[in-house]
Design a protein around this ligand. Structure first.
Ligand code: FES
Length: 103
């Protein structure tokens, strides 16, 4: 079975995932403290990530995710996604925005 490499910035931590795994689950399983206040229900923006590499390979966000992303305002980037709504289908490089990093 194909495994995909997911690299989390700025720590360069690497996790491995299978097709269809949710990005939030992969991060948490790898010990990365990615916030997820609503529990993965697409009703907050605390799991916001920026896809630095591999964005084109992902499915487009659902209407719900797209609407929730708009709540990010000035923090929204062209490759922003909600980790709880993002299914992995390629090698990815992910940046966890500074505003939500847990140190
Ligand atoms: S955990 Fe709330 S939208 Fe992802």
């Amino acid at each position: 079975m194909t495994e995909y490499k997911v690299t989390f910035l700025p720590t360069n931590q690497v996790a491995w995932a299978r097709k269809g795994d949710r990005l939030l689950d992969v991060a948490l399983k790898a010990g990365i403290n990615l916030e997820h206040v609503c529990g993965g229900g697409c009703s907050c923006t605390t799991c916001h990530v920026v896809i630095k590499d591999g964005f084109e390979a992902l499915e487009n966000p659902s209407e719900d995710e797209f609407e929730q992303l708009q709540e990010l305002g000035k923090h929204l980037s062209l490759t922003s996604r909600l980790a709880c709504q993002t299914e992995i289908d390629a090698d990815l490089t992910i940046e966890i925005p500074f505003s939500i990093r847990i140190i």
